[in-house]
Design a protein around this ligand. Sequence first.
Ligand SMILES: Nc1ncnc2c1ncn2[C@@H]1O[C@H](COP(=O)(O)OP(=O)(O)OP(=O)(O)O)[C@@H](O)[C@H]1O
Length: 468
Amino acid sequence: MTLSEDLRRLASDTLLSHFADYCEGAVIVDRDARIVWMNDSYPERLGIALSSCVIGQPIEQVIPNSMMRQVVHSGQAIMLDIMEYGDRAFVVTRLPLRDAGGEVVGAVGFMLYDDPSRLAPLMARYQRLRSDLAEARRKLAEARRTKYTFADFVGAGAASSALKQAARRAARTTAPVLILGETGTGKELLAQAIHAAGARSEAPFVAVNIAAVPETLLEAEFFGVAPGAYTGAERGGRDGKFKLADGGTLFLDEIGDMSPALQAKLLRTLQEGEYEPVGSNRLATVDLRVIAATSRDLERMVAEGSFRADLYYRLNVITLRTPPLRERLEDFALLADYLVDQICRLRSMPPRGISTSAVNRLCRHDWPGNVRELRNVLERALLMSDSETLEADDIAAVIQPASSAAAEPAAGAPLAIAEVVARAEREAIRSALHQCRGNKAEAARRLGISRAALYEKISGLGIETAVC
Ligand SMILES: Nc1ncnc2c1ncn2[C@@H]1O[C@H](COP(=O)(O)OP(=O)(O)OP(=O)(O)O)[C@@H](O)[C@H]1O
């Protein structure tokens, strides 16, 4: 035997005993991660009694957070780690043990310090990162928490009461829900309320407006992007909405606008609980509740072949229909009161009221934009009138189609081309939305622009709060 082989053998023979003496604790497990030896100080540091019963036990029964099994399985050492045990933390190292043939037959673990403060600078950084992470998680959870509950869905008439009752029943299950109704009838509000009242209320509520995302980006938006799939900003990968909503609820708004290719992928994910992030060949699993909504006639789309029947049946386990305002005139007084209060609060205005004649005037209007449009009319009336109680005339002043007058420039004051174009676009979009009863996909088709472009213009031209 050469001198170097002698030294190596000497080193390995003496290393364990020396290490076990100098460090705070040592433990050896076999290839099944069962404890075969533990020095006296280890149980002392953990505050447990060393008894012969420890020997032969799976390591996790004695040290629940132990990673020794992972070391045995992977054959990879974990050179420096912090092991949490109850409310204490230890600095540890773990090494695989191999036989002469190189096969892993067990692992040895050392507790280097029982007082991580000896690694003060490292620990300070670790603690800072931990608290940053906890704060980021808290903020994320807050951002994903729903804003609305059933109490926010205002309406006491027969149609609203029946709808709320059915939605409460839906909240007691985790079955998929399909919400059908015109724009601005409270579909998203109801979806949030169902989530908030259900068993998953602590988990995220994630909404995707399918019509608002350009077709080419939707797949990545849903399934996420694997690291390295693209160069540039997305190089590190990106989580998709499925991952973000895992454990909670995914709200698919404007589901009727989904392309056939994506419908097939969504169906597969819902059936199998699995999906492939873009650029990955690994399946990821997901467990979530789906609530879908649309203002389109899905049943007709199925009959015409533009929406998959199998996906329709998968989504349409519980159906809820949000009635348009013109079918719930009995809710107007309550709703108008509620919205006036809400607007005054949000705009920091003194509390104001609304008269019965003003409510009657509201009831006579056709409401293509439903509650969203009603809210906008009330907001404008409150801003334009000084009266403590809104009267019919205050409503009439903002409800009259003032658009044509507004489109005309004042005499002698030429408008910039951009303003003329913006006004014309605003007018065309308003009129298309009105004719299509707020159906944005249909309005986009009639205007000859994409849905995404329509959404962009609606918010860019400030139409959102006006009509749609
Ligand atoms: N019953 C209601 N009570 C109180 N507020 C409501 C009610 N219905 C709708 N709203 C309000 O009207 C606005 C539009 O509601 P929401 O976004 O839920 O409608 P939607 O049907 O999802 O619309 P879209 O189809 O355009 O996405 C929101 O500000 C919401 O709070």
